[in-house]
Design a protein around this ligand. Sequence first.
Ligand code: AGP
Length: 606
Amino acid sequence: MCGIVGILSTEPVALDLVDALRRLEYRGYDSAGIATVENGHLGRRRAEGKLRNLESRLASEPLNGHIGIGHTRWATHGRPIERNAHPHMTPRVSVVHNGIIENFRELREELTAAGHVFETETDTETVVHLITDQMDKGAGPIDAVKSALKRLHGAFALAIIFAGEDNLMMAARLGSPLVVGHGEGRMFLGSDAIALAPFTDTVTYLEEGDFAVLRNDGVEIFDRDENPAQRVPIKSQANALLVDKGNHRHFMAKEIHEQPEVISHTLAHYLDMAEGRIHLPDIGIDLSSVPRVTISACGTAYYAGLVAKYWIERYARVPVEIDIASELRYREAPLPQGGLAIFVSQSGETADTLATLRYCKEQGQRIAAVVNVRTSTIARESDVVLPTLAGPEIGVASTKAFTCQLTALACFTLALGRARGTIDEATERTLVKELMEVPRQIADQLFDETQYEHLAHLLAKSNDVLYLGRGISFPLAMEGALKLKEISYLHAEGYAAGELKHGPIALIDEKVPVIIVAPRDGLFEKTISNMQEVAARGGQIVMISNALDDDVGCPLTAHIRMPDAHDFTNPIIYAVPIQLIAYHTAVQMGTDVDQPRNLAKSVTVE
Ligand code: AGP
């Protein structure tokens, strides 16, 4: 989604604004711009495409000024052209915005009738004219913004500067995240703490409905009722080092390789390693009496939830309802009183997931969130946070966050099963031991990726790829298809292997690679039958399995050998080959691995 930055300083800010915007590139964007106040006047530079185009513009037409705002735009209203790029401005006000102003048309009509002239197709420009209109009527900048905010419907984060004000910036947040950074004689604004990492690690997150008045010596924060609000500054998790690729070509590669470490961090949060027992921090919910679990999320996070459904039903014997957030929120599903709703989200800001969380809360559910950003909106609106300690995930395609989500959900399953007596101590110790082996088993897979480079040559020539899996491997097949399609742009579909003969087998011929996630578990023999059905039609089979070639009885185009592991931990371990297949195929195809076209890291609009 869009990225916002703001800096108040006693030195020129233009280059620091661009540096901060560079740390928001991972969110996905198609244009960028900055505005500053210099000698009382607003100045602006914008450019389509990547930040280097804005830097070129600034090199030829520098902007001075010690106060400024910046923006990377992911087009929602209006084409991704320079004219629609932020900041938007009148001679009196300049604004950058993340989110959607839902009532922008009626406001635009009202302001046009009042004589305002619009230059763009964007909803954001409405905000600029709304504030200007108030100032034209005699309101000071702060009152003008407060009046304008009352008229806006939708989800937004705003940063605002004013002509003639070189030590005043305003910020507002409703639905899209915004964080204030505290520097020495400088103050900052950012869509997240990563943007501010080079400047400060002391940040204050604005709450829903807050607006803030920043000056270079501090910030005043007010709640939606315009009462002064105390928001406590914290030390941010992000730092400049964490957003570098290290010795990897892409953030996605770095994050795939970080999985052993971050899964270990996540396990350490939930396990008593010394005792070999589960040790879920007190979550304030009596797990022994939960009548049903509802799980909801989007994309990859949804597939993590789908794996959890198999775990929870099998090991804790609790029925699980699961649905993608964009469906569950409108389905009016009856939810039992006292039920537990679990929301899975890397960013903790996904609009559909947040809206469904709020729906389930209204329906009397206790709310748990599996999130990677503990200060995110979803985290802050949940009764319980089950953190994934993956660290900042920069690549748009989720990898380490996915396996950390699985790790946290696996640990939660054990705690739920122990609370309900469906898992005895011996089983708990066994499964905890299996979990503690996962980091090494993943690390072992990361030593040699040449088989994936070879496989990528085959897949890169394909137009369609089919992923199959049975039982708890079915969500992995779905995730594998999503990973491949979202970064290589190849069409891929994930299917339950048992469904093959009910339609998808019509797709099979020698041009369609079939990737089968097939640990040697209780369903392996049935999956073998599916492989033979594929082979009989000339399909190219790529098997991901700890089984031996001889176990299969049909020709394999490739066999990605997996370690022998417990059924319980296979989904975490088998995530790695499907990530590497997607990664190397995308590299082979030359796509933008870390910032795939049309995608955003956090979808904070519906
Ligand atoms: C995953 O590779 C995708 N980038 C996408 O499906 C993502 O998982 C989804 O948008 C949910 O995001 P969240 O985990 O931040 O809520």
